[in-house]
Structure formats: structure tokens, C-alpha cells
Design a protein around this ligand. Structure first.
Ligand SMILES: Nc1ncnc2c1ncn2[C@@H]1O[C@H](COP(=O)(O)OP(=O)(O)OP(=O)(O)O)[C@@H](O)[C@H]1O
Ligand SMILES: [Mg+2]
Length: 294
């Protein structure tokens, strides 16, 4: 009997306005992995997002992450087949790369028969991803605050308030994270830094059960406007939504726009060429099931 491992891992939105490189929110949009050990190499099948685009060999991000996880756990699994059923769109600011990495690491724990160590997964995933904000939310669920400590990824999870939802507006086009980062200045006015620190602290309160503070708490002066040249339509949508009283932010490095709020919020239909996803907050982060298979 082989031990088949199934993994479900959530999409995430990072930054949330003022929490640049620190805040993350896990969303109820998922990639699923089925890993069956056997043989010596890998066989990869992808259905959904990334199908026909991502490599199907050892360089596949999930495969690399499974290998890294097995190595960290000192577990021997020479070969496996991997089926990816992906709902998280790629390159849109919804944390698909973090989900692939956290999902792969969690699968390694399942294959090794070791109980998930979520803090260790944040650490390992940060090494692969390069920054901890999305991987933290994918690994821990809920609302996360992430940082690095002497280069190691760390995070705490906070319980988001009940009835919080996220409406994601996702355009057809992608924006390279590198391009979006390149637009940020090296120096910012002290007043802007101070405003963001205050808003970020306020956002912790807003997300922890004070939704009436969300509009003010999602104001940002450190990154969103600087990135307008890379995603003018996203910024225009943020301005339009905020103008009608909806707390909209750029999700991660964009170009997705996320509206936070309660179920009664009056989020409008998507602009032409955009898709609207009505999402809840994933409370638990990555999940793994191991089962016997013939
Ligand atoms: N499920 C996956 N399987 C394999 N490779 C993936 C997967 N998800 C992401 N990738 C790789 O990561 C790339 C997308 O990463 P990128 O960081 O640019 O976007 P994102 O993670 O969707 O958005 P963001 O990091 O802004 O939230 C894809 O082009 C692909 O190479
Ligand atoms: Mg990414």
C-alpha cells in the first residue's frame, strides 16, 4: 500500500494597503495537490491555472518545494507523481508562488509522516520565496504579520473579525513583481512613513473586529501610487472603489485589486476584461491529508 498525500493551500493577499511586506490575508481560493510516491523520478500533471505554462519536471515550483521539504526532514522519497488542481491565477498578486511553495513543503511533511510544523514551513518557504508575507498567510491562515529575523522568516497569526470578506478584481494581464518593485523610491518622506506606521497599526484593529475603521486603515503612502505606471487600470479601480466608500487596495504587487469588508458591502461588477472573485477568509492555512491507496 502506498501513502497518498493530498494538500489544500489557500491564495493570499499581501500588503493590504499600509502593511507593505508584512501583512497577509489567506483567502478561500485554493490549489490542491495529490502526491503519490513511487518510482525514482517525477511525473507532473497540472489542471487549471498554469496549465500548459509551468514546467512539468524537477524545475516545477511544487516539485522543488517537495524536494526541499524532504531534505529538511531528512526523508527519503526518490520519486512521486504530482497532480496539481490550481484555482489561484498566476502572476496576479494572489500569492500563487507562495501557495505552490507552502503546498509542496506541506506535502513533504505528509510524505515523511511528520506532523505539520507551520512555523518551520514559514521559515523554509521564506528561503525559497525570498520574502515572508504571502507564505505566512498560506501556512497559518487568517490574518498574518510577517517579518525576518536575521534572515529567517517569522510570522504571527491574528484572528480576523467575523464576517470579513475579500472581493478580488483580477485583470487578464500580469505584472512582473520585479517591475512593480523597481518603481519604488529608495527614500520616502518621513511624514509618509509615519502615516503608514499609524495606518498599519490601525489596520490590525480594523481586521480584528472593527470593520468601520477599514477605510482609513487601508490608506497607503509607501507603495501603491508609485506603482501606477506599471498598472494604471488597477490604480484607477482602487480610486473609483475608494471614492464610493469601499476599502480597496492593490493585492500584493498587483495587478489584482482587493476590497475588504463585510458581506453587505456593495462591491460593483468587474470592469470589462476583469474577473470578480467573492471570497471569504481562510481560517486555517495549508491542510494535509494522508491516505492509503492501492
Ligand atoms: N502552482 C504553481 N505551480 C508551479 N509554478 C507556479 C505555481 N504558482 C506559481 N508558479 C510560478 O510562479 C510564477 C508566478 O509567481 P509571481 O510571484 O510572479 O506571482 P504570484 O505569486 O501569483 O503573485 P504575488 O507574488 O504578487 O502574490 C508563475 O509564473 C510560475 O512560474
Ligand atoms: Mg509570488
Amino acid at each position: 500500500m502506498l501513502n497518498q498525500v493530498r494538500v489544500r493551500v489557500p491564495a493570499t493577499s499581501a500588503n493590504l494597503g499600509p502593511g507593505f511586506d508584512a501583512f497577509g490575508l489567506a483567502l478561500t481560493l485554493y490549489d490542491e495537490l495529490i502526491v503519490t510516491p513511487g518510482g525514482s523520478g517525477v511525473r507532473v500533471e497540472v489542471v487549471g491555472a498554469g496549465q500548459g505554462e509551468v514546467p512539468l519536471d524537477e524545475s516545477h515550483l511544487v516539485v522543488r518545494s517537495i524536494r526541499a521539504g524532504l531534505q529538511a526532514l531528512e526523508a527519503e522519497v526518490p520519486g512521486f507523481s504530482l497532480l496539481c488542481e490550481n484555482q489561484i491565477p498566476h502572476g496576479r498578486g494572489l500569492g500563487s508562488s507562495s501557495a505552490a511553495i507552502v503546498g509542496g513543503l506541506a506535502a513533504a511533511y505528509g510524505l515523511a509522516g511528520v506532523q505539520l510544523d507551520r512555523d518551520r514551513i514559514v521559515e523554509l518557504a521564506t528561503e525559497i520565496e525570498g520574502h515572508p508575507d504571502n507564505v505566512a498567510a498560506s501556512a497559518l491562515g487568517g490574518f498574518t504579520i510577517a517579518w525576518t529575523d536575521a534572515g529567517s522568516g517569522r510570522a504571527v497569526r491574528l484572528q480576523p473579525g467575523e464576517a470579513l470578506v475579500g472581493v478580488a478584481y483580477v485583470p487578464d494581464n500580469r505584472v512582473l513583481t520585479k517591475e512593480a518593485r523597481g518603481l519604488l523610491p529608495n527614500v520616502v518622506p518621513h511624514a509618509d512613513a509615519a502615516a503608514n506606521a499609524g495606518r498599519a497599526a490601525l489596520l490590525v484593529a480594523a481586521l480584528s473586529g472593527r470593520p468601520e475603521l477599514l477605510m482609513t486603515a487601508t490608506e497607503d503612502r509607501l507603495h501603491q501610487e508609485y506603482r501606477e505606471p506599471a498598472m494604471p487600470e488597477s490604480l484607477a479601480l482602487v480610486h473609483k472603489l475608494r471614492g464610493s466608500g469601499l476599502p480597496a487596495v492593490v493585492s500584493g504587487a498587483g495587478p489584482t485589486v482587493l476590497v475588504l469588508g463585510s458581506p453587505v458591502n456593495q462591491a460593483p461588477p468587474p470592469p470589462d476584461g476583469w474577473t470578480r472573485y467573492d471570497l471569504g477568509i481562510d481560517p486555517v492555512g495549508v491542510q494535509v491529508w494522508s491516505m492509503e491507496s492501492g
